[in-house]
Design a protein around this ligand. Sequence first.
Ligand SMILES: *[C@@H]1O[C@H](CO)[C@@H](O)[C@H](O)[C@H]1NC(C)=O
Ligand SMILES: *[C@@H]1O[C@H](CO)[C@@H](O)[C@H](O)[C@H]1NC(C)=O
Length: 392
Amino acid sequence: MNKILIRLVIVSAIGVLSQTSRNDIPEDATMTFSELADKYGHKAEEHDVISGGGYILTLFHIPGDKHRPILLIHGAIDSADSYIMRGNTSLAIALARDKYDVWVMNYRGNRYARRHTSMDADSNQEYWDFSLTEIGYYDVPANIDYVLKKTGEDKLSVIGYSEGTTSMYLLGATRPEYNDKVKIFISLAPVCTLKNTKPLASIVIQLAPLLNVALEMINSNELMGQNSTLRALFTDVCSRKAGYEVCLINGLFLLTGADAKEIEPEFFPVVVGHFPAGTSRKNINHLVQISLSGKFRDYDYGMMKNMEKYRRFTPPEYDLSKVTMKVALIAAKNDKLSTIKDVEWLREQLPNVVDYTVMKSNVFNHVDYIWGRTAHKTLFPHIFRLLNKYNK
Ligand SMILES: *[C@@H]1O[C@H](CO)[C@@H](O)[C@H](O)[C@H]1NC(C)=O
Ligand SMILES: *[C@@H]1O[C@H](CO)[C@@H](O)[C@H](O)[C@H]1NC(C)=O
């Protein structure tokens, strides 16, 4: 197919879609984390955490029992919102109701963490020069320290999802003193090497380096930022009636595994209102590199620049044997990104896995952990059991 034909197809597809009627956008789609917390009965505070390099990150806090602090870490291109967008049946609200002291962080680059002490994210392209490396080495520990300082505790519990787990393994491996600050790390959809991803996810990952080069050429360093043109187009198409079929059933589910019953058509516009929340191109490229090399290691700049940066041709690997914190792994059979095979490999590398659970449902997928309609019944009880046992 030549370029003109491709463009014609895209333009007519958008044309057709924009004629289908809009869904009524539910109120929850346009609310911020704090507004949602308020609506579902809990006042949230917003704290500014200054992370390494001067990045300013919003940390949401729903106050509870100070002696039971818990930090929630979101996944790639996402934000704190995923932990609350299910409202009364979301994890943040469930924990708050159980009187946990709930802290939900944002890593650099998303809609709540796009500020900096000196750089402007819109005009300074260097702002976007970060990946998983900086998120795990600076952002996560900055938030852990902040929470411990505010609560006066010396340990906290952590729940991470997807890349929110990767950043914790990176932290435990590169700054081992943080292992002692964690009572239990509950890993939802653990992601470490992404070696055995399944189609279509695996195919997209194969193609991603090409896309990365193209984006680099046009100096497009922020991905899916809240105010970007691409995000506007995505929101417009995906929040229409046909959006459920186009963006979820024939879109996102191909990457995450399909489980239509868990994301009903009325709820999908809420997802679209909050996800994607923006990140750097380099962050996603780092995950792609890890997947393609099968190695959990630092960012690959290419041989010459690696030599300059690391004094070796390939990036150094992270040593998982140093991640000595207690870890609970939760995996799912229909997750095309965090596959059972990869999670079992991770389980063998980590020295202190205290629990390994595979979700019962055969169709539980990558996004059901955070967006699933019945996660509060199928998943949360297990999380609460783990917290009761290890959050001492
Ligand atoms: C959320 O649940 C609480 C407690 O069950 C209830 O009082 C409240 O009305 C619910 N809020 C919404 C917005 O559904
Ligand atoms: C998007 O634009 C609005 C209006 O200019 C601004 O208030 C908001 O901070 C921007 N958000 C991001 C994430 O850039």
